[in-house]
Design a protein around this ligand. Structure first.
Ligand code: AMP
Length: 116
């Protein structure tokens, strides 16, 4: 499997490929998804290249908490006061395609349930 440090998200973090970055701090970056599934579709990504949630270790708990707080911050920034959805696709059955952990922030329309 490709190392997460070689993924396109690591390249976005290193500014090697372009993205519309909406937030960044020392632990995380957030940028607009290139193929949006809702009026607002933003990816929140840790700078540490954890390939997928299943690979997180107990020492990552601060990063994982920080990612959720970053989603909340970006949702506020985007004016999603009516609500939003947060998705983590994990592994093959989870539909993950980029093996660098990321949270999808989806908003700007009502979401259906169950997900596909
Ligand atoms: P997942 O399927 O959960 O691994 O999500 C990967 C997401 O990355 C998809 O929603 C893609 O549309 C998105 N994506 C792929 N390449 C880029 C890119 N260069 N910039 C922004 N988002 C991207």
């Amino acid at each position: 499997m490709t190392e997460a440090s070689d993924t396109l998200f690591s390249k976005i973090i290193r500014r090697e490929i372009p993205a519309t970055i909406v937030y960044e701090d020392e632990l995380a970056i957030a940028f607009r998804d290139i193929n949006p599934q809702a009026p607002v579709h933003i990816l929140v990504v840790p700078k540490k290249p954890i390939p997928k949630l299943a690979d997180a270790v107990p020492e990552d708990h601060r990063i994982l908490g920080h990612l959720l707080m970053t989603v909340k911050r970006v949702a506020d920034q985007e004016g999603l006061e009516n609500g939003y959805r947060v998705v983590i696709n994990t592994g093959a059955d989870g539909g993950q395609t980029v093996y660098h952990l990321h949270l999808h922030l989806l908003g700007g329309r009502a979401m259906g349930w169950p997900p596909g």
